[in-house]
Design a protein around this ligand. Structure first.
Ligand code: WTA
Length: 685
C-alpha cells in the first residue's frame, strides 16, 4: 500500500483515555508449576527444538508444518504472498475444503466415533452422541437444502443466529462444504444486533432456532429473527428466507408465528433431502470461511474475515500441540460457538483432529455448580477448556464440588481474560486435581487461534501469565512513542506481533481501510514497504514480558471492555444510551468485578432542564439490552448533572473510571468543570 493510499488519520492513536490495561491489577510474580510426568509421556509435543525450527529466519516456510496436517485437493504453490501488505495471503494456489477436513476424511478410520456430544440443559433429557458417520449424513442433507432450496453457492454469506445445539456445527459445516461464508451471531445478542450483521454481510438467508434452554427457562428465540429481518430491511438488506431449526424436532417450541413464504421449518424441508450427498466444493485456500463480528473502537462491529486454508491449518495445529488433542480424547470447551473460541476450539480444530467435541446447552452454574463435573464424569471428558469468568463463578458457587466427582482431566485451557493467580490455583487443585496441565491462551477474534501460551509438554506453568509465544509467533512490545521495549523488560507497553501467521484474519469485511488503520498503521515502519517486517500487527492489548520470556496480558488499550470474557465496545453501549431522547451524553467505563472480570458502568447526562429519574435510567439500560443484548447490560446507569470535561470539551472517562473503581482520579483542577467531580462521586457511591 503506498503512502497516499494509507487511510486518513493513519497515525491516529487508538489508546483510550481510560482502558482496561490502565486499571489492571498488578499481581506479584508467581512460582512455577510443572506438568506431570504422565502428561509429558503422552504429549504430542515435547521437543523444545521446535522453537528453532520456527525461528524468524525460517519464516514463512516453517508454517508448512501447520498446513500439512490437512488434506489438500491441490497443494499450494506459495506459502505466503506478501505482495500487498498488510493483506497477507497464505498457501496460495492450494485447493481445500474445510468440511471435508473436519468430517469426510475421518470416515475411513473413525466413522463410528462420536464427533459431537450434545448435552441438553434439562438433566433428564438424554445427551445425543453424533458419530462422524451421522455428522456426515446430516451435514450433507443440510448442504443439499442450502444449495437447492435456498440457491446458495460459494462466496454467498449466510447469517446464523443459533444457540448451543448440535445443529449449529452441522449448519456451519454444511456452509463450509459449499464454500458459503457463514456469519454466526452469538445467540444472546438481540435481534437488532443480529440485523446489523445481516445487513453488513448482505445475507439473504438467516438461520435460527425456535427456542433454547438457559438457566431453567425455555427461551423464545424465533422472535429475534423477526426483529432482525425487519431491522435489516431498514438498513437496505432484504432477507428472503428464514430457516428455523426446531429444538425438539416435530414440535414447535416458539409462540412466534411463521411468516408465510419467508419462514421455513428446517426439519420439515429436510425430508425432501433425505439421503442426499453433496460433493465438497474445492475452494481456493484464501477464500473466506467465515465472518466473525467483533467490537472495536467505533460504534459499529466489524466483520473479521477468516480464510479456509490458513485458518484451518492454524486451529488444527494449535489444537493438536497446545491443547494436546489426540483422536481418542473427549474434549470439552465450554465457550459459546457464537464467539471465536467456539469456532476455532469447539468446531474446526477438534473436528479436524477427529476428536469428540462436547456442545452443551445452558450455563455452568445451573442447576448447581456441580453440573460441569457431572457432564465431565458422564462423558469421560479428559480435556477441558473454559474462561476465568466461568472458573470464578464455579469457585464462588461450589468450591468443593469438583472433588466430589470422579472426572480426570489431563489438560485444561483458560482463555479470554487475565486469570488471577489464586483463581488459577483453585482451577489447578480443585478442578484439575493437580493432574492436569494448564495452558493460559492469549489471542483474539482477529488472530484465529492462540498467540501466547505455554506448550504444555515443554514449559512450566506460571499462574497469572499466558506464557511465551507459541512456535512461529514473534511478539514485540512497543511504548506509546513507538520505541521497542527490551525483551523481558518487565515494563508495560502495547503488544504487537512482528510476523504474519496463517490464522490471522484477512481483512475487515467491506472495510479494508479500517483493517489497515486499526491494526497496522500505528507501528508501520514504512507504508511503501513490501516487507512483512515493516508491518507489526497491533493487538490492542497492554502487556508485560517478564525476564523468563512469559507475557502477562493487562487488558485492552482501546475502547473495548471484556465483560465476563465477552468483548464489548464502549462506543456501542454509548450509542445505545444516546437513543433515549432525554440523553445528551454517555460515557462507559470498565469496573473491576470479582466474578465477571470487568463490568460496564454507564454515566449519562440529560438535556438541560430535565430532572434525573430512575425511570430514565431504566430506559437507558433497556435500550442497551435491546440494541446489543443482555450481556451488555450496564452494572449501573448513573445520571450525572454534567460530564467531567477538558477545556476543549472532551469527556474525561479516566475520571469516571477512577470514581467507579474507587481509585484516585489524580489532579482534576485542569478540567473545565472540576466542581462536578465531587457531585458525581456522591451520585456513584
Ligand atoms: C482478552 C477471545 C488475558 C484480550 C479469544 C484480547 C486475554 C481479547 C486472554 C480478545 C488471556 C484473551 N489473558 N486476556 N489468556 N485471552 N484475552 O476477540 O484483551 O473475544 O484482546 O477473543 O480478550 O477477545 P476476543
Amino acid at each position: 500500500m503506498s503512502k497516499d493510499k494509507l487511510p486518513r488519520h493513519a497515525t491516529e492513536r487508538q489508546t483510550a483515555d481510560i482502558s482496561e490495561a490502565q486499571i489492571a491489577v498488578h499481581w506479584p510474580e508467581e512460582d512455577y508449576f510443572s506438568p506431570s510426568n504422565p502428561f509429558i509421556a503422552q504429549a504430542n509435543l515435547t521437543d523444545a527444538g521446535i522453537f528453532a525450527r520456527f525461528a524468524l529466519d525460517k519464516f514463512p516456510e516453517c508454517f508448512k508444518e501447520f498446513a500439512d496436517l490437512l488434506d489438500w485437493y491441490k497443494y499450494w504453490e506459495t506459502t505466503l504472498d506478501t505482495s500487498n501488505p498488510p493483506f497477507w495471503r497464505w498457501f496460495v494456489g492450494g485447493k481445500i475444503n474445510a468440511c471435508y477436513n473436519c468430517v469426510d476424511r475421518h470416515l475411513a478410520t473413525h466413522k463410528n466415533k462420536t464427533a459431537i456430544h450434545f448435552v441438553p440443559e434439562p438433566e433428564d433429557e438424554a445427551p445425543q452422541h453424533l458419530t462422524y458417520q451421522e455428522l456426515f449424513v446430516r451435514v450433507n442433507e443440510f448442504a443439499a437444502l442450502l444449495r437447492d432450496f435456498c440457491g446458495l453457492k460459494a462466496g454467498d454469506r449466510v447469517t446464523l443466529h443459533m444457540p448451543m445445539v448440535a445443529e449449529l456445527p452441522i449448519t456451519m459445516l454444511a456452509c463450509a462444504r459449499l464454500g458459503v461464508i457463514h456469519s454466526q451471531v452469538f445467540s444472546g445478542f438481540s435481534g437488532k444486533a443480529c440485523a446489523d450483521r445481516v445487513a453488513d454481510s448482505e445475507s439473504r438467508v438467516l438461520i435460527t432456532m425456535d427456542a433454547y434452554h438457559r438457566a431453567g427457562n425455555l427461551l423464545d428465540h424465533k422472535e429475534k429473527a423477526d426483529t432482525a429481518v425487519m431491522e435489516a430491511a431498514s438498513h437496505g438488506q432484504q432477507v428472503d428466507k428464514v430457516l428455523i431449526w426446531q429444538r425438539y424436532p416435530g414440535k414447535n417450541s416458539s409462540p412466534t408465528k411463521l411468516v408465510e413464504g419467508r419462514d421455513f421449518v428446517i426439519n420439515d424441508v429436510l425430508r425432501k433431502f433425505r439421503g442426499q450427498r453433496v460433493e465438497p466444493v474445492q475452494m481456493p485456500a484464501e477464500a473466506p470461511l467465515f465472518l466473525m463480528y467483533t467490537s472495536g473502537t467505533t460504534g459499529r462491529p466489524k466483520g473479521c474475515q477468516h480464510s479456509i486454508g490458513g485458518y484451518l491449518a492454524y486451529v488444527t495445529w494449535t489444537s493438536k500441540f497446545i491443547q494436546d488433542i489426540h483422536p481418542e480424547d473427549v474434549y470439552w470447551c465450554m465457550a459459546d460457538i457464537g464467539w471465536i473460541t467456539g469456532h476455532s476450539y469447539i468446531v474446526y480444530g477438534p473436528l479436524a483432529l477427529a476428536a469428540s467435541s462436547v456442545v452443551y446447552e445452558g450455563v455452568p452454574t445451573h442447576p448447581d455448580a456441580g453440573r460441569p463435573w457431572r457432564i465431565a464424569e458422564d462423558l469421560g471428558v479428559n480435556i477441558f477448556h473454559t474462561s476465568p469468568t466461568a472458573i470464578r463463578a464455579l469457585r464462588r458457587d461450589g468450591p468443593d464440588e469438583p472433588l466430589k466427582y470422579n472426572h480426570h482431566f489431563k489438560h485444561m485451557t483458560t482463555v479470554g481474560e487475565p486469570i488471577e493467580p489464586e483463581v488459577w490455583k483453585w482451577y489447578y487443585k480443585a478442578v484439575g486435581k493437580g493432574e492436569a496441565a494448564i495452558v493460559d491462551t492469549w489471542w483474539q477474534t482477529e488472530t484465529g487461534g492462540f498467540l501466547c501460551s505455554t506448550v504444555p509438554g515443554i514449559h512450566k506453568m506460571k499462574p497469572g501469565s499466558a506464557g511465551p509465544a507459541i512456535p512461529g509467533i514473534h511478539p514485540v512490545i512497543y511504548d506509546d512513542e513507538g520505541k521497542e521495549l527490551a525483551s523481558g523488560s518487565g515494563k508495560a507497553g502495547n503488544i504487537c506481533i512482528r510476523n504474519p501467521w496463517p490464522g490471522g484474519f484477512q481483512t475487515i469485511w467491506k472495510d479494508p481501510e479500517r483493517y489497515v488503520r486499526q491494526y497496522y498503521a500505528r507501528y508501520c515502519k514504512d507504508p511503501e514497504s513490501k516487507d512483512w517486517r515493516d508491518w507489526p500487527y497491533l493487538a490492542g492489548d497492554g502487556a508485560v514480558q517478564a525476564a523468563d520470556g512469559y507475557y502477562r496480558i493487562l487488558g485492552r488499550i482501546d475502547d473495548v471492555i471484556n465483560v465476563a470474557g465477552h468483548r464489548l465496545g464502549t462506543k456501542e453501549i454509548e450509542s445505545a444510551a444516546l437513543l433515549v431522547p432525554e440523553v445528551v451524553e454517555a460515557a462507559v467505563v470498565p469496573v473491576a468485578d470479582p466474578v465477571k472480570g470487568k463490568v460496564p458502568d454507564l454515566y449519562v447526562a440529560l438535556k438541560p432542564g430535565l430532572a434525573p429519574s430512575e425511570e430514565i435510567a431504566n430506559r437507558v439500560s433497556a435500550s442497551v439490552v435491546s440494541e446489543i443484548g443482555a450481556i451488555a447490560r450496564p452494572r449501573r446507569v448513573i445520571v450525572v448533572p454534567d460530564m467531567p470535561k477538558t477545556r476543549s470539551g472532551k469527556i474525561m472517562r479516566r475520571v469516571l473510571a477512577a470514581i467507579s473503581n474507587h481509585l484516585d482520579p489524580g489532579d482534576v483542577s485542569t478540567l473545565a468543570n472540576p466542581e462536578v467531580v465531587e457531585k458525581i462521586r456522591e451520585l456513584a457511591k
